[in-house]
Every structure is written in structure tokens, then in C-alpha cells.
Write a protein that binds this ligand. Structure first.
Ligand code: SF4
Length: 571
């Protein structure tokens, strides 16, 4: 039996915190302000992400003079700019938003403080890189850039000097340059300003590359930190390749390779790394059995085709109807399933369009989008037709929420835009839509008025679906997808989001325990308490950062509704 090829993906691969913060900042601006947003130079060196940003009305300019509109926002990207350049831009009257990475700011301050004490500045980095150009502006006219120790000897002698590194510099190169600088400076201050995410990325890369037959470095060809990673790997591994996309991988790269390591630059999104991993597995002959491969493909279709979402909504409806004491009717299950299917499919289609990389694929995508949106509208119309038979109140509520959900990815009419700009709006809207179809409609139809049972079912559905939506946001953010403040996780921050989810769990568990204590539907409440253990496990799983890739994450999240329905069915 042939030996199995071992493929390892770097833990540090994916957006660095500085890049992630800059992306969050511009997306927040795009969502909340009706102005065109310009970044001074590309926000990150990744074509696919830049395309996605363009779809969000965020464009890159090389100089501020290219901006002709008055009503625009200029964003200083993570690399930063020289202070005099910043002052010049601000004097032009443009609205300026600073997205300089705090770790770059720290280097700028270091240089400025030393320069004020009379030190010359030596920067070990790439002369033309935007970050280095920005740093030079803080050196008070006494800055020098060297690419490594060999260039230090060409510098003049200094009485006092401060040597710093570009934040993505290679550790060994910086230390060697600092050692060489001791010979030309009377007094030398050594500031190792390589940022900690870069140090961690390089440390891991060095550790694995030494032991690998093939290292695949994923990232923009114009990204300096990716190029540096590639240089390190080329020295250490038997073979190293630098690619931007998975289709650049060739079968010949894998000849004789038993240990493959995949790493990536600071501006490479996780979803691209996953595509590379999938392709590498195929080319390395790491084919799972044909049956397993077909099963995985089939499951992907079920998830991306929104069928599992529909099953989750139907399951929640079943649980709510049991809580409400209503006779379980297929009509309600169907209505909720079609409603959730329609919105999930429409939103997923729009989101996919933003990530389609090139023109040829975009043309293909137009056909796919037409078919998907038509299906989504038909299913939504069918759900609304079913709701119309239940009375005008239910029809109006369902119609409003469906319309708002369909329009959500676009510019909303009728003043709904204000709601879309509200933090966590997406999670709240999703929870309201599902609650209306899964709990409110069957409860109202069953009793003709809102009873205590319906009120509890409405609360139960709202909180569970809100949690589902927040966890989806966590998964998307973790997979470096474009997620904005419309998701609670982004708006509130990781800590507050998990505290809120824990509070929701405690509240629901406490109510269920109390109801069981009161002997209210004791069998059902006991079953749901058991089901809530899955909720707890899911939260802990996400909290300890064991967040898997998107399809698995979505499967795990929506499975909670199927488990609850199964448990409710047994009583
Ligand atoms: S590489 Fe480091 S300094 Fe540069 S943006 Fe990322 S975290 Fe900030």
C-alpha cells in the first residue's frame, strides 16, 4: 500500500490582525456612509479581496489627486503614510479615515521619538514598500533604508543611530543588519520592530519548511511579506512554490513529495488557503475513496443549495408547534422551509457573486445567479401564498420580513437602510423572519390569539435563530470572509458576543428547567433541556477556536435544530 502524503497547513495562515482591522474599518464605512470610499493604494495585496471590496464601492487610488468628488472618504491603509503627506491630504478638506495598523504606528512613534533625541534612523526593509516610505517620513530627514547587512557598510558614520525593521522583515536579516550597524554608529539603539504576527508566521514556517519536501506559499505576487516567506522556504525546503490561486498548482510539484506544508502571506484569506488545500490533496493523490468523495460533494450541494437550512427551519417549526400544543401540520413545516430556503439561497447567491474572481467566471455566474434568484423568488412566493391563507396579519408580517430579507444585500428602499446600518441588523432580521414563520404563524393560527405557550415558543425561536446567525458570522469571519457590523459578532466584539450567547443559553435552560419543575409539558421540556446540551457544546467548540471550514461549520450549527426536533418527536 503506498504511503500517504502528509499535508500540513500553517496555523498562522490567514489575514493578520492589521489587515483584518483595516478591512473591517472600510466595510463599516461602506455600510454606514453613503460616500464613495477610496484607499490610498490597494488595501491588501490580494486580487480576489480587492474585487470584493469594489463590489462594496471601495476603490483604490494611487494618489489623492485622482479623487474628483468632494463627497468621498479617503482611507489610509494598514501600511500608514508619511506625516507630511497626511497633513497635506487633510488640508484638502477630504474626510480622512486612518486604518494604519497599530503595530505600524508603534514603529512610526519609535522612529519619531528617537529622531527627536538626535538619532539617525536605519530601516531594514524594502525601500519602495509603502510602509517603509511612510516610516521614512518620521525620521526627521535623517532616515536610511537598507535591505540587509551588506548595504550597511555603504552608510555614513553616525554619532547616534536607531535601527528598526519593516514589520514584515525576516528576523535573521534584521539581526545581521543590526550587528553590522554597530560598526558604524557611536551609540546604537536596536529596536526589533518586526510585528508579533509576522514573527509567529516566520517561526512556524521555518520549523515546518526544514522538514518538508514541498512548501506551497499562497499569496499575492506583489505582496512583500509573502515574497519573504517564499524566500525563507526556498532556502529551507527541498522545493517551494509561490502561488496566488489553487489553479496554479501543478501535478509535477508533488512528484516525490511525502511531506507538504502550506503557508500564506498576511493578506491571504483563509478561503483561498482552503481551496489550495483541496487541490493539493487531489494532486498529491490523497484521494479519499470514490464513495467518500461523492458523499462529500453531495453534502456540499445540500448545504450550499440551502436544503439543510430549509430542514433546520422545518425542524424548528415542529418544535415550536409542539411547545404551542398545536397539531403538527405539513403546511406550516412547508411554509417555514420555503421561507428559509428562499432567503438563504438569495443571500448566498449575492455573496458568491462578490467572490467570483475573473470576467469569464463572472459571465457564467450571471446565468447561475438568474436561475438561483428565480428559484428563491418562486419559493418565497409559495411561502407567502401559504401564509396568505392564514390571515392578513401573518401574511403582512411574513411579506414584510421576506421583502426586507431579499433586499438586505442591496440598498434598501423605504428608509429600511437605517435598519440595515444598525449593528447586528442581519442577525436580528434573520431571527425575526424565522420566528414569524416557525413560531408566530402556527401559534396564532392554532389559538387565534397569542397565548403564553406561543409567547414562549416565539422567544425560544428568536433566541435560537439569533444564536445561529451570530455563529454563522463567527464562522465567516474566521474563514476571512467579508463580514461587517451587521453581524453581532463583529459589532460587539468576540468577548461580548460569547458572553451574550452564554446568557442566552442560561436564560433558555433556566426557563425550560422552571417549566419542567412546574410540570408543564414535562416530557417535551426534558427533551429540549437535553437538546440544549448540543447548544452548549457548539458554543464551547467555537469559543475555543475549533472553528472548522464553512461547510462543516454550517452543518454543525443547523444540526442543533434537527436534534431538537428529533428529541421533541420522541415524546
Ligand atoms: S503584518 Fe503586522 S504590522 Fe503589518 S498589518 Fe499585519 S499585523 Fe500589522
Amino acid at each position: 500500500m503506498p504511503e500517504r502524503v502528509q499535508i500540513t497547513v500553517a496555523k498562522s495562515a490567514g489575514f493578520c490582525p492589521g489587515v483584518q482591522k483595516a478591512i473591517d474599518k472600510v466595510l463599516g464605512l461602506a455600510k454606514n456612509r453613503h460616500k464613495t470610499i477610496y484607499t490610498l493604494g490597494p488595501l491588501i495585496h490580494n486580487k480576489q479581496v480587492i474585487e470584493t471590496l469594489k463590489e462594496n464601492n471601495i476603490h483604490s487610488v494611487d494618489s489623492v489627486e485622482e479623487i474628483t468628488e468632494k463627497n468621498a472618504i479617503l482611507v489610509i491603509r494598514a501600511h500608514g503614510i508619511p506625516p507630511d503627506e497626511e497633513a497635506r491630504i487633510r488640508a484638502l478638506g477630504l474626510e480622512v479615515v486612518d486604518a494604519t495598523c497599530p503595530l505600524v504606528k508603534h514603529v512610526q512613534e519609535n522612529i519619531r521619538d528617537h529622531a527627536r533625541k538626535g538619532c539617525a534612523t536605519i530601516i531594514v526593509g524594502d525601500r519602495d514598500h509603502a510602509e517603509v516610505v511612510g516610516l521614512m517620513g518620521y525620521a526627521g530627514g535623517r532616515g536610511y533604508v537598507v535591505s540587509g547587512p551588506e548595504e550597511v557598510k555603504d552608510l555614513p558614520r553616525f554619532e547616534k543611530a536607531n535601527i528598526v525593521a519593516q514589520t514584515t522583515q525576516e528576523g535573521d536579516v534584521f539581526m545581521a543588519a543590526a550587528a553590522a550597524a554597530r560598526g558604524i554608529a557611536g551609540e546604537l539603539s536596536v529596536s526589533n520592530t518586526i510585528c508579533s504576527p509576522t514573527k509567529q508566521r516566520q517561526k512556524e514556517t521555518i520549523e515546518f519548511a526544514k522538514d518538508s519536501d514541498l512548501v506551497i506559499v499562497v499569496g499575492g505576487k506583489n505582496s512583500a511579506n509573502t515574497a519573504r516567506l517564499f524566500q525563507i522556504c526556498s532556502r529551507l525546503a527541498r522545493k517551494a512554490v509561490h502561488i496566488e490561486r489553487e489553479d496554479e498548482l501543478k501535478e509535477r510539484y508533488f512528484e516525490g513529495a511525502m511531506k507538504v506544508f502550506i503557508t500564506a502571506g498576511a493578506s491571504t484569506p483563509t478561503w483561498m488557503i482552503e481551496k489550495v488545500l483541496e487541490k493539493a490533496r487531489k494532486l498529491a493523490g490523497r484521494k479519499e475513496s470514490a464513495l467518500l468523495e461523492r458523499l462529500a460533494f453531495g453534502w456540499k450541494l445540500i448545504i450550499t443549495g440551502s436544503f439543510y437550512t430549509a430542514a433546520a427551519a422545518m425542524s424548528l417549526t415542529y418544535v415550536c408547534m409542539k411547545l404551542e400544543g398545536a397539531r403538527v401540520s405539513e403546511k406550516f413545516l412547508m411554509m417555514a422551509g420555503l421561507f428559509a430556503f428562499s432567503l438563504h439561497m438569495a443571500n448566498r447567491t449575492v455573496e458568491k457573486g462578490a467572490a467570483v474572481p475573473d470576467r469569464a467566471q463572472k459571465l457564467l455566474f450571471v446565468k447561475y445567479r438568474t436561475a438561483s434568484l428565480a428559484t428563491a423568488i418562486l419559493c418565497g412566493a409559495a411561502a407567502l401564498a401559504l401564509s396568505a391563507a392564514l390571515g392578513w396579519k401573518i401574511f403582512l408580517a411574513a411579506g414584510f420580513l421576506w421583502f426586507a430579507g431579499m433586499m438586505y444585500p442591496y440598498k434598501l428602499p423605504l428608509g429600511l437602510e437605517k435598519f440595515a446600518n444598525f449593528p447586528a441588523s442581519k442577525d436580528i432580521l434573520t431571527a425575526l423572519g424565522w420566528t414569524c414563520m416557525c413560531a408566530y404563524a402556527p401559534g396564532l393560527w392554532n389559538s387565534g390569539a397569542l397565548t403564553n405557550s406561543t409567547e414562549f415558543a416565539v422567544l425560544f425561536a428568536f433566541l435560537l435563530v439569533f444564536t445561529r446567525s451570530v455563529l454563522f458570522g463567527v464562522s465567516h469571519a474566521h474563514n476571512d470572509m467579508i463580514v461587517g457590523r451587521e453581524n453581532f459578532y463583529k459589532a460587539a466584539g468576540s468577548r461580548r458576543a460569547y458572553v451574550t450567547l452564554s446568557a442566552i443559553f442560561i436564560l433558555l435552560a433556566a426557563i425550560l428547567l422552571m417549566l419542567k419543575g412546574l410540570d408543564w409539558k414535562a416530557g417535551l421540556t426534558a427533551a429540549l433541556i437535553t437538546g440544549m446540551l448540543y447548544y452548549l457544546g457548539l458554543m464551547l467548540f467555537f469559543f475555543f477556536r475549533k472553528i472548522p471550514e464553512r461547510i462543516t461549520a454550517e452543518t454543525l450549527i443547523d444540526t442543533q435544530f434537527l436534534i431538537l426536533a428529533l428529541l421533541a418527536y420522541t415524546v
